[in-house]
Write a protein that binds this ligand. Structure first.
Ligand code: ASP
Length: 239
């Protein structure tokens, strides 16, 4: 059995390696097709779209999270963000909440004083279902694609985007690029062609790096909020 699964695993790694070789060319052709269809102006539009996502993620991280931290814990916002430096660096460079999990666990236990029995339950669960950054990105991307295709979104469709983006983010696996795939669910729910994701695929890696950061900070935040509500938060250990 072990040999069989090792074999399958090696085959998958080989397959991914081969796909990665053609990925840059594939992305190039996708972008070329998009430009051919919509003209060069689409590049400027893509820049505005990327900025909207990044500003949204910044508001989430630097306004909403500090508010929640102040509301539910006694930890200072500055100290909390100081403990998150390593988590942010790993999340940004790997674009994967799952790859960042060991670092998040370590920081929550050693620096934020969360007991292991809380961190080992909240963090793995949060890593898979708690993806605020991804939900925000999917909502912006859905509106952007709908606008490019000339859809005039009704209020019901906008509410549908909010609900399906929240659900799609819960279903998104904590690895690079899956938020983009799950976006198809959001687009289908409002009747926008799912081929629309080709429009944004070229800038997705950068946005993936950015959205993974609030995804992992939210996990640490949930962890300290739970520990503090259980009166189990230990000493803060910030250098
Ligand atoms: N890369 C994200 C994460 O791991 C998921 C995604 O939005 O694609 O948190």
């Amino acid at each position: 059995m072990i040999k069989f699964f090792d074999g399958v695993s090696n085959a998958m790694i080989l397959l991914v390696e081969k796909i990665m070789i053609i990925a840059p060319y594939a992305v190039f052709t996708l972008i070329a097709a998009t430009i051919a269809e919509f003209g060069f102006n689409i590049l400027q539009t893509l820049l505005l779209y990327s900025l909207t996502v990044i500003i949204g993620l910044a508001v989430l991280t630097f306004v909403e999270y500090p508010l929640l931290l102040k509301l539910f814990t006694k930890i200072s916002v500055k100290k909390f963000f100081k403990t998150q430096r390593q988590v942010i660096a790993v999340a940004f460079s790997t674009s994967s909440s799952a790859a960042t999990l060991p670092v998040t666990m370590d920081i929550c236990e050693k620096k934020l004083g969360v007991p292991n029995r809380i961190a080992s339950f909240v963090l793995p669960l949060g890593t898979t279902i708690n993806m605020d950054g991804t939900a925000l990105y999917q909502a912006v991307a859905a509106v952007f694609i709908a606008q490019v295709y000339g859809f005039d979104l009704t209020l019901t469709q906008q509410i549908t985007i909010v609900l399906t983006a929240a659900l799609a983010a819960i279903g998104t696996a904590p690895v690079p690029g899956i938020g983009l795939i799950m976006l198809i669910i959001v687009l289908r729910s409002i009747g926008v062609p799912s081929e629309g994701i080709a429009l944004i695929i070229g800038v997705d890696r950068l946005l993936d790096m950015c959205r993974t950061v609030p995804n992992v900070i939210a996990d640490s935040l949930a962890c300290v909020v739970i520990a503090s509500s259980e009166n189990e938060l230990g000493e803060l250990n910030v250098d």
